[in-house]
Design a protein around this ligand. Structure first.
Ligand code: AKG
Ligand code: FE2
Length: 511
């Protein structure tokens, strides 16, 4: 069962579906127009005939030919029109095609639709986005798309209600009413029911002021509406009879300080302090490799302890496109380790990924060779390359890359001593790699690599390296995760005999 919400890769299938639907619908409109035109000329003909008869009824009815034709019309012709309207060829073709399309084309599932609503709520939450702005097609002040209609906002609000995202429900239902009030037919009889529905929802969500205003609006147009009266009476009756207001209760982790810090880092509200930044440098590094003397590594330090670096322009576009191309057919929903099921999909990691063996292409072997040249680490035994793609609000909440459960290390590889994230695309907005303990987030830049050590020298996990992929706000984020494992490193990064993990212990208490 493939899903569509967890990456951008694959979504083009849905657009192709829409192309087919549009074609079919266009054909339906064209054919029905043609049908209607034929009917119209028939109608016109009878109208003329009738007008003539009505002008001088006696003269008309005394003509035997006219009488015959009147009889014919009323016995056969009208039946033919009736049948034609009923058998509506154009509509039938369209409906038949739709049945076929539903079997042969890709459609998103209800889960996809739900997850895309949840993604919008997550983005709004993480980046403090204004509801009216999003509805107007703006993301962080940049106009990307068309506006949402009041119905769009209403449906989204309802979905968020079912997801128990009550704060967001309120925002979207109110936005839908705002948008409705700007429509020329505000409050026509058909929409009254929607407005009542919103009034009732807002009553349950505790926004009494708006609920009362909406029900008053409805009642001023139609004093007999039952729901609006109920809302109004409930609000105006003495307190105490009212049901308790619905409130959202985020999961335990989502209420922690770490999660708050993570979101601030994603928004760029927290950044490394001057003291943190002072000792850091950018430099060229050749490691005395003859080739690298000419094309040195461009190294930017983000933190010295733990060591976190950006390697600028580390991989070129040709290699990047090849690697994405190789991965695309194998992309599947990303999972996380789970004690019981071994691996499972979760809400806190939303992306698709594919594992590629480095042997599959020299470009991938080049990635490892370059990393080895720079870091001196032995890369002969690594986990496979993990290529990932994040779409609509895709993210990976704070986590460690090293295995906590050292009983179950990948066989013959050992724990993940270092991570190198190859950024395989730009991301227009959001999607940074955030380190909530270190107070910085690195914005993806195509061709750059983010490198850090996950383990202390004693091979214990360095808890300060907790990191995350901030939700992608606009764009399609591609990365390649290289994990360099510890088993082959006794000479390249000798482990210490004494423990040196005390410094990161205080950061281990989060989970
Ligand atoms: O996408 C990112 O920026 C981080 C990804 C990550 O941490 C992971 O896949 O383990
Ligand atoms: Fe990670």
């Amino acid at each position: 069962q493939i899903d569509y919400f967890s990456s951008i890769s694959g979504l083009e299938n849905l657009l192709r579906t829409e192309e087919y639907l549009l074609q079919s619908f266009r054909e339906y409109v064209r054919a029905s127009k043609h049908q209607l035109q034929t009917l119209e000329s028939e109608l016109h003909r009878i109208e003329m005939e009738y007008a003539q008869a009505a002008r001088n009824t006696e003269n008309y009815l005394t003509n035997p030919v006219n009488v015959y034709r009147l009889m014919k019309r009323l016995t056969t012709d009208w039946t033919i029109y009736e049948e034609r309207v009923q058998s509506d060829e154009a509509a039938n073709t369209f409906l038949r095609q739709m049945v076929e399309f539903r079997e042969t084309l890709s459609f998103p599932s209800g889960e996809d639709f739900k997850a895309s609503a949840a993604a919008l709520a997550r983005l709004q939450e993480t980046y403090h986005l204004d509801t009216a702005q999003i509805a107007g097609g703006f993301l962080n002040g940049v106009k990307y798309g068309t506006s949402m209609t009041w119905q769009d906002c209403f449906v989204l609000g309802k979905q968020l209600f079912h997801l128990e995202e009550y704060n967001h429900t309120k925002l979207w239902l109110k936005e839908s009413m705002q948008r409705l009030s700007r429509e020329p037919y505000y409050m026509d009889p058909h929409t009254l029911e929607y407005v009542e529905d919103v009034a009732k929802s807002l009553l349950n969500l505790g926004d009494l002021e708006t609920a009362l205003k909406l029900s008053d609006d409805v009642l001023s147009l139609d004093p007999t509406r039952a729901t609006a009266s109920y809302v109004r009476n409930t609000i105006l009756s003495p307190v105490g009879e009212r049901k308790p207001t619905l409130t959202t209760s985020p999961s335990y982790y989502h209420q922690t300080e770490e999660f708050e810090t993570y979101k601030k880092v994603c928004r760029g509200e927290i950044t490394a302090s001057p003291t943190q930044l002072r000792p850091l440098r950018c430099r060229y590094e050749s490691k005395n490799h003859p080739y690298r003397l000419l094309a040195p590594f461009k190294v930017e330090e983000h933190s010295l302890d733990p060591l976190v670096l950006t390697l600028h322009d580390f991989i070129d576009d040709t290699k990047i496109e090849t690697i994405k191309y190789l991965a695309t057919p194998y992309m599947q929903r990303s999972t996380v380790r789970d004690v019981v099921t071994l691996s499972k999909a979760t809400d806190f990691r939303i992306s698709k990924n594919a594992w590629l063996a480095y042997q599959e292409h020299t470009y991938m072997q080049d990635m490892l060779r370059d990393l080895q040249d720079l870091t001196g680490l032995d890369v002969t035994r690594c986990e496979k390359l993990q290529v990932a793609n994040y779409g609509l609000g895709g993210h990976y909440e704070p986590h460690w890359d090293f295995y906590l459960d050292t009983e179950r290390l990948p066989e013959g590889l050992g724990n993940r001593i270092a991570t190198a994230i190859f950024y395989l695309s730009e991301v227009e907005q959001g999607g940074a790699t955030a380190f909530p303990n270190l107070n910085f987030a690195i914005k993806p830049k195509k061709g750059n690599v983010l490198f850090w050590y996950n383990l202390h020298r004693s091979l214990e996990g360095d808890y300060r390296t907790r990191h995350a992929a901030c939700p992608v706000l606009k764009g399609s984020k591609w990365i390649g995760n290289v994990w360099i494992n510890a088993i082959t490193q006794p000479f390249t990064r000798p482990c210490l005999l004494h423990k040196d993990d005390a410094i990161s212990k205080p950061y281990s208490t989060i989970v």
